[in-house]
Design a protein around this ligand. Structure first.
Ligand code: NDP
Ligand code: HSE
Length: 430
């Protein structure tokens, strides 16, 4: 009988709990696929007395997760604590230093320390796997790194945060408020420990930085990702988007362009007929464009216990089968410098919503600010009449450069008749 692969699981929250259930429920088929049993032998979390609805009998409880990572009777460490620093990082480093393979769902950790961790793994001859870190249950890392290895990737783009997609689609479908829907996403186990990471776009930026590194064979460069979240998206914008034939989605987009790689996460208006416009709720979708494969889209649940456990289990199976691939698809020394293109050079169309005083001459001032930056208007909506009061004015533009748009917006924001900072949403044709 082949000896079991002895697994230590650090973190028994949403994902850790899901993983324990999956490994138990699919125990036999996993053992058959791996050629050896997968056996969880030790677990760790913060609070031993917490009710988890998990059967932990027969498993060693280790109070300090770092001790679990150092335990000689653990062959593989699964880190499901979270956070780019602190215990999670120490757990991963402790295991890698002693040559023990690590599976993690921690995109914050890998986005900040990926190359250093990959180097540690390389030096120790241990695997480092993080399929669950990007887009929950969608096997996008394996797809990019292995399935599309024959391609030169031009672009990778998609809906990368389940919490934001759940919030935006529920707001659109029900007219409910942002805060109310966020609470629901948290209860469903979709949100990060600090949901600001979700709604401010940081979580999607962590994921995009990982995808860009793998897709383009570059060092992870999280600091270079342009990040905007969804807090400022109002029911009014969602209604105008609908009227203009768009849907609002938080997208992460990384593209190979002249002068480098652009990486951006921000709310986008996308045509209502585009496939991504119909990816709703906790679902994520990632589109990849390669020179030989053309365009390919993967869609699935991007967060939650079961889908994420599915991705963690896939990495465990690879390790149990002794399948080895460099974490970023190339040895660390072969990863090119990031070479990021600044957001100022982005070219695209824009939606602007201004809250302005209803009086003569206001639109002329706004139009002058746009004209002086060579920005051409595509459409304008101003409805209702409320002399002296605030009214929304919505404008859409033809293609323009971000730097010019920012200069125009600064001038519009200074107009005494403009009562709120202008709302800006980039339009993506996809
Ligand atoms: P949870 O907050 O649900 O779980 C975190 C777990 O870590 C808890 O069991 C907690 O213990 C434990 N923990 C916290 N601090 C320590 C510590 N110092 N020592 C030991 N254990 C500790 O998080 P999730 O399961 O949602 O997320 C885990 C990881 O997976 C994160 O990196 C997250 O980004 C990632 N992820 C999450 C997804 C999701 O849908 N939730 C999807 C994809 C990735 P206790 O239970 O005792 O409080
Ligand atoms: N909080 C993340 C999300 C979890 O909502 O997408 C999955 O990575």
């Amino acid at each position: 009988v082949t000896s079991p692969l002895r697994i230590g699981v650090a973190g028994l929250g949403t994902v850790g709990g899901g993983l324990l259930r999956l490994l138990r429920q699919n125990e036999e088929s996993l053992a058959a696929r791996c050629g050896r049993p997968l056996q969880v032998v030790a677990v760790s979390a913060r609070d031993r007395s917490k009710a988890r609805g998990l059967d932990l009998s027969g498993l060693r409880w280790i109070d300090d997760a770092r001790a679990l990572a150092a335990d000689p009777e653990v062959d593989l460490v699964v880190e499901l604590i979270g956070g780019s620093e602190g215990v999670a990082r120490e757990v991963v480093e402790t295991a890698l230093r002693r040559g023990v393979p690590v599976v993690t769902a921690n995109k914050a950790l890998v986005a900040h320390h990926g190359p250093a961790l990959a180097r540690m793994a390389e030096e120790a001859g241990a695997a480092l796997a993080f399929e669950a870190a990007v887009a929950g249950g969608i096997p996008i890392i394996k797809t990019l790194r292995e399935g599309l290895a024959g391609n030169s990737v031009k672009r990778v783009a998609g809906i990368l945060n389940g919490t934001c997609n759940y919030i935006l689609s529920t707001m659109r479908q029900t007219g409910r408020e942002f805060a109310d829907v966020l609470g629901e996403a948290q209860r469903l186990g979709y949100a990060e420990a600090d949901p600001a990471f979700d709604v401010d776009g940081v979580d999607a930026a962590h994921k995009l930085a990982l995808l860009a590194a793998i897709a383009f064979g570059r060092q992870v460069d999280f600091a270079a990702v342009h990040v905007e979240g969804i807090r400022a998206i109002s029911a009014t914008d969602i209604a105008y988007a609908e009227e203009l034939g768009y849907r609002i989605k938080l997208l992460g987009i990384a593209e190979r362009q002249e002068g480098g790689i652009s990486q951006r996460v921000h709310p986008c208006m996308i045509p209502a007929a585009a496939p991504l416009a119909h990816v709703d709720g906790v679902f994520n979708a990632v589109e990849v464009e390669g020179d030989f494969v053309g365009r390919l889209t993967l869609e699935g649940r991007g967060a939650g216990a079961e889908p994420t456990a599915s991705a963690v289990a896939a990495d465990i199976v690879d390790i149990a089968r002794d399948l080895r691939v460099p974490p970023f698809g190339l040895p660390v020394a072969g990863l090119a410098p990031a070479a990021t293109r600044p957001m100022d050079s982005h070219v695209g169309c824009y939606y602007l919503r201004l809250m302005v005083v209803d009086r003569p001459g206001v639109i002329a001032d706004v139009a002058a600010a746009l004209r002086d930056q060579d920005i051409s208007l595509e459409a304008m909506i101003q409805r209702g009449r409320d002399p002296g009061e605030a009214v929304p004015v919505v404008l859409t533009t033809h293609e323009t450069r971000e730097a010019q748009m920012r200069r125009a917006l600064a001038r519009i924001g200074e107009l005494e008749s403009c009562l709120e900072p202008p709302q800006v949403i980039r339009i993506e044709t996809l």
